[in-house]
Write a protein that binds this ligand. Structure first.
Ligand SMILES: Nc1ncnc2c1ncn2[C@@H]1O[C@H](COP(=O)(O)OP(=O)(O)OP(=O)(O)O)[C@@H](O)[C@H]1O
Ligand SMILES: [Zn+2]
Length: 474
């Protein structure tokens, strides 16, 4: 069945039909993290949102016909600061090596955390430091075309040279000057001009350039990397709406001025913020917790994903304990139904539900997609449910199979244990010695099994983090 995707385009401020430039190669670029520390939960929201879009595009155009690029910004003062601190604390290696080490380590954490949330790795994950040459070439080109100028070892983009500056965020240059925290510097011709290249001190990472040893500004990184990997015009550019201005505005100015005949990105998608009591979760406000913290506390990745997808990506949302508990119960119920009535291998022969595809195709209406899942609650629905849980990224096929068989094995042994507990209880009623019953109940609670006992019945139910290994000794 043909699927008509509609996406909300920030540039045109409306939902519009998605028409790829080349259905054989649909191209999407999403701004990735600056890799100086662990990702907080807010940083994970764009990852999950654009993963859903990636999965939808792969479904519609074919997995081999979508190219998803998400960069790593590994040129940054905060990475340098960590490396410097390590060097001062006696770590071996040059500063550049320590900087690289810090980025590597952070990237490793990031990928592990995002995979735990069911996010597929993008096709390309360029690191800014591997694309310095095209950045320098782009800056040279911008100078040659009269859009940038050199001043005191810096190269600045001349905002006045690009008449459409401000179109994405809908602001005039005057408003931006009035409202923004623009850095005033003596070498800027206009306070809105932004840095394409800046000098590096000898003790910090830097690269040779026509303007001396230095490093690129943040915005030029994305313009150069997207151009190298996706071309001068591609389909979708995404990121959080905190990046609309100045980052995306500046990317557009650079890319459109360097390639005046190209369109840069045809659709601009922005996710709203994950908030804490009405404020953006952010490092600078200090109101954050990391994805790693949550996972360590035992909140499974699929639960985090389920909570995220419960709110439309263009609405702000809070993380609450209540939502997490609700998601956990739902997912537990799903796995239980599949374990009782389904078969994951058979499920994979099915196609994802059309109603779910249609919901996602309507500007990623993930809330509606989850409502469809919730309706799949009959024994006949078990395989369809499994197929759609995998499609939506809550589980890989392997993970769901493992979950299902753990559940089934657990249920088998619980049947035996229930009988044993029943007998122990009968004996205890006579002897008034409940120590064996208490011992068994304690082990069951460690294994996350809920115990309900009535006079002549013992009911044992595995909870979502049921751990059959802990049943040893019963
Ligand atoms: N609270 C949030 N909710 C949703 N997305 C967010 C939030 N905070 C950051 N992002 C997104 O995370 C991605 C990575 O951003 P970046 O590396 O600049 O974050 P950061 O500088 O570590 O975070 P912060 O904004 O907390 O300082 C961007 O797409 C950004 O829009
Ligand atoms: Zn970017």
């Amino acid at each position: 069945m043909e699927v008509k995707i509609q996406l909300h385009d920030t540039m045109q401020r409306k939902k519009r039909p998605f028409e790829p430039i080349d259905p054989e190669n649909v191209r999407m670029y999403v701004c990735g993290p600056t890799v100086y520390d662990r990702a907080h939960l807010g940083n994970a929201r764009p990852v999950v949102v654009f993963d859903v879009l990636y999965r939808l595009l792969r479904h519609v155009y074919g997995a081999d016909h979508v190219t998803y690029v998400r960069n790593f910004t590994d040129v940054d003062d905060k990475i340098n600061a960590t490396a410097l601190a390590r060097k001062e604390a006696g770590a071996g290696g040059t500063l550049e090596e320590l900087v690289h080490q810090r980025s590597d380590e952070t990237i490793g954490w990031y990928l592990n955390d995002m995979r735990a949330l069911g996010a597929l790795d993008p096709d390309e994950m360029p690191r800014a430091t591997e694309f310095i040459e095209p950045m320098v070439a782009m800056i040279e080109d911008l100078i040659a075309k009269g859009h940038a100028y050199e001043a005191e070892g810096h190269v600045l983009f001349a905002v006045e040279s690009y008449k459409e500056y401000g179109r994405l965020s809908g602001r005039s240059v005057d408003d931006m000057i009035a409202g923004a925290r623009v850095e005033v510097a003596p070498y800027k011709k206009n306070p809105m001009d932004f840095v394409l290249w800046k000098p590096s001190t000898d003790d910090l990472p830097g690269w040779d350039s026509p303007w001396g040893r230095g490093r690129p500004g943040w915005h030029i990184e994305c313009s150069a990397m997207s151009h190298e990997l996706l071309g001068a015009t591609f389909d979708i550019h995404g990121g959080g709406n905190d990046l609309q201005f100045p980052h995306h505005e500046n990317e557009i100015a650079q890319s459109k001025c360097a390639h005046p005949d190209a369109g840069f990105a045809n659709y601009w998608l922005h996710n709203e913020m994950l908030q804490v009591e009405g404020k953006k979760m952010s490092k600078s406000l200090g109101n954050f917790f990391t994805v790693h913290d949550l996972l360590e506390q035992g909140v499974p990745g699929e639960v985090i994903r389920f909570v995220f997808l419960g709110t439309h990506y263009r609405k702000p949302m809070d993380w609450t304990e209540e939502k997490a508990v609700d998601a956990e119960n739902r997912l537990h119920g799903f796995v239980e139904l599949i374990a009782q009535y389904g078969d994951v291998d058979d499920a994979m022969k099915l196609r994802p539900e059309q109603a779910i595809i249609d919901a996602l195709a309507d500007d990623l209406n993930t809330h509606a997609a989850l409502e469809c899942l919730k309706k799949m609650n009959g024994s006949d629905d078990a395989n369809a449910l499994a197929r759609n849980l995998i499609f939506l990224g809550f589980f890989s096929e392997e993970a769901l199979s493992a979950r299902v068989s753990t559940y089934r094995n657990g249920v088998d042994s619980l049947r035996r244990i229930a009988q044993k507990l029943h007998d122990a209880r009968q004996r205890a009623m006579k002897s008034k010695d409940f120590s064996e019953v208490d011992r068994m109940k304690h082990i069951l609670s460690l294994a996350n099994v809920s115990v309900r006992m009535s006079k002549d019945h013992v009911d044992l139910r595995p909870e979502i983090d049921f751990d059959p290994a802990k049943l040893e000794g019963l």
